[in-house]
Design a protein around this ligand. Structure first.
Ligand code: TYD
Length: 200
């Protein structure tokens, strides 16, 4: 089973994925991974995408680099794990490209789907979209001493990312479950585990 976790900045995805892994690991073989990155080559591409020293990366280049890192990550990590009947929990996937590059960067969903043709053949069985006011999310991560190139985007950009996700959730209602990100992490974990166990 391939499960992805989506949402804006500061939605707690990393903590949620760790807790869900621990809860499922007693019964199942679980692999956790993330995008952009997840394998050596994909992490090297991640550095070009996110490192603030590459401020000049243009929207098209950004979208293409993300698609390249996803292709590598699929071949090296996701597809082998699924073939070995593992549960894959992935922090971000194609929906991030649809929301950030397709919607917020205005490249359009069709373009993002076209350059991610390989990923569209390996879609998640289940996606949790954690919906949260970006102002709350950004405040939650404000204590971090490291900001990446996308964290540094404007408030309007992050508001558009949220609008993008809400559109995508409407387009794929059978796959994407919207979770209210203003709940406590414990409540979110309970809700997610309930949904996953029902699907397994
Ligand atoms: P990360 O530090 O993993 O952020 P977070 O903790 O918020 O998940 O950085 C990933 C950043 O890359 C995040 O700002 C979203 C962005 N991103 C895209 O713009 N498009 C994509 O396809 C992916 C996978 C990530």
């Amino acid at each position: 089973m391939f499960i992805t976790f989506e949402g804006g900045e500061g939605t707690g995805k990393t903590t949620l994925i760790q807790s869900i892994k621990e809860l499922l690991s007693s019964k199942y073989d679980v692999v956790t991974t993330r995008e952009p990155g997840g394998s050596k080559i994909a992490e090297a591409i991640r550095d070009i995408i996110l490192n603030p020293k590459y401020l000049g990366v243009t929207p098209y280049t950004e979208a293409l680099l993300l698609a390249a890192s996803r292709a590598q990550h699929l071949d090296e990590v996701i597809i082998p794990a699924l073939s070995n009947h593992k549960i894959v929990l992935c922090d971000r996937y194609l929906d991030s490209s649809l929301a950030y590059q397709g919607y917020a960067r205005n490249l359009g969903f069709d373009f993002v789907l076209a350059i991610n043709d390989y990923a569209t053949k390996h879609m998640p069985d289940l996606t949790f979209y954690i919906d949260l006011d970006p102002e709350v999310g950004i405040k939650r991560i404000s204590h971090r001493d490291k900001y990446d190139r996308l964290d540094q985007e404007t408030k309007d950009f992050h508001l558009n990312v949220r609008k993008g996700y809400q559109e995508i959730a409407k387009l794929y209602p059978n796959r994407i479950i919207t979770i209210d990100g203003s709940q406590t992490l414990d409540a979110i974990i309970r809700e997610m585990i309930h949904i996953i166990e029902n699907k397994l």
